[in-house]
Design a protein around this ligand. Structure first.
Ligand code: GLA
Length: 368
């Protein structure tokens, strides 16, 4: 009996260690705000999350022989993320809000009122404004297997109506890094949260992702105009470079003579998931033949923005002094469709006062 108790106690300790969460300081932002980094562990997997921007700073994953590498782009210190005149221009690893991706003209109307939000690009709002959720300090709290981040965005923040209380929970359990987003507002508003991690399954800074094989479970996508705003059409992927229903190398058609590919400078489009956001389902799978690492993205969102790092050009130096070449990583930003507030036919991004926004995305890792 006593032996039994000892074995049980040992097993609990091992389980505890597996779900271990530790917190350290990650320095201060230029305005003096302290930033913490939470380290989450599960077996050989390790994720490090910072309270500034809710950024996934590190994500260590084993390859087919068990060799661990960091598979996300980013910076070694807070200065990379928060310093300089234009900090973290690619949004490496960050939580994007209140509205992920573009809003045409930085304008939309809701319940009969027109709202203006800052244009980050010459003609569009992008990723929640000049100071979106990627550029604010969140309040961190340890939870089992993870960290809970809270940010209260005041009414009118970046032009958006309503005081929005947002809670994002990152947990690392088994092979899953799970992101659980929830939010409530005191006025009717629009919300579209996502995470902007840049993945390179060969290891960050290790060349480009053109040989990664991608599968996206979508029969349609939303074509864009010259400003990357959806035209409103849900076009079939069939017979186009956007058909990823069977695993295909990213580079196979990325430079094809296709009007949409040219507009995106590669892939920078929203796919309409076949699961339609009605249930938790696999949105995409990425396989890196050289390391054998596999990333599966599961979500209850109706769309995913597949972006192939077309704006990376080798001028940024990231973690461990690595430079990030053109297409050094890919993003799979689970979300509602871009510019939804101006497209009544798209699934709605409206959040009514007092109601709860809730969505989950899982990054699941394996190898083969
Ligand atoms: C999203 C957009 C891209 C680009 C990146 C950030 O993926 O769709 O056009 O703005 O974010 O560089």
């Amino acid at each position: 009996m006593r032996l039994m108790a000892l074995v049980l106690a040992l097993m609990t300790t091992v389980a505890d260690l597996q779900g271990q969460v530790t917190k350290q300081s990650f320095g201060k932002t230029p305005d003096g705000t302290p930033v913490d980094i939470y380290t989450l562990k599960s077996g050989a997997l390790e994720a490090r999350i910072i309270t500034y921007g809710g950024i996934i700073q590190t994500l260590k994953v084993p390859d087919k022989s068990g060799k661990v590498a960091d598979v996300v782009l980013g910076f070694d210190s807070i200065d990379g993320y928060a310093g300089g005149p234009k900090p973290n221009p690619p949004y490496f690893g960050a939580i994007i809000g209140r509205y992920g991706n573009r809003i045409a003209g930085g304008k939309f109307s809701l319940s009969g009122k027109t709202y203006e939000v800052p244009k980050v690009e010459p003609t569009n709002a992008l990723h929640g404004g000049v100071k979106g959720f990627d550029k604010v300090a969140w309040k961190g709290k340890e939870i089992p297997h993870g960290v809970e981040l809270t940010y209260v965005s005041p009414d009118g923040d970046q032009g958006f109506p309503g005081k929005l209380t947002t809670v994002v929970r990152y947990t690392l359990e088994g092979n899953d890094l799970k992101i659980d987003y929830s939010a409530t507002s005191d006025k009717d508003t629009v919300v579209n949260l996502t995470n902007h991690s840049y993945f390179n399954l060969s290891g960050q800074g290790n060349g480009d992702i053109l040989k990664h094989e991608v599968k996206i479970n979508a029969s349609r996508y939303t074509p864009v105009d010259a400003n990357l705003i959806p035209t409103g059409e849900l076009a079939p992927v069939e017979g186009t470079p956007f058909d990823f229903r069977k695993p295909t190398a990213v580079g196979a058609r990325i430079d094809s003579d296709d009007d949409q590919i040219k507009k995106g400078h590669g892939y920078d489009h929203n796919w309409v998931l076949d699961s339609e956001g009605k249930k938790m389902a696999e949105a995409a799978e990425v396989f890196d033949p050289s390391s054998g690492r596999v990333l599966q993205v599961l979500t209850d969102e109706p769309g995913v923005q597949f972006y192939t790092g077309n704006f990376l050009d080798g001028t940024l130096t990231g973690k461990e002094g690595k430079t990030y070449v053109h297409r050094a990583a890919l993003c799979l930003e689970t979300q509602h469709f871009p510019d939804s507030p101006n497209h009544p036919k798209f699934p709605s991004t409206e959040l009514k006062a007092g109601q709860r926004y809730h969505t989950i995305t899982i990054f699941r890792f394996s190898s083969r």
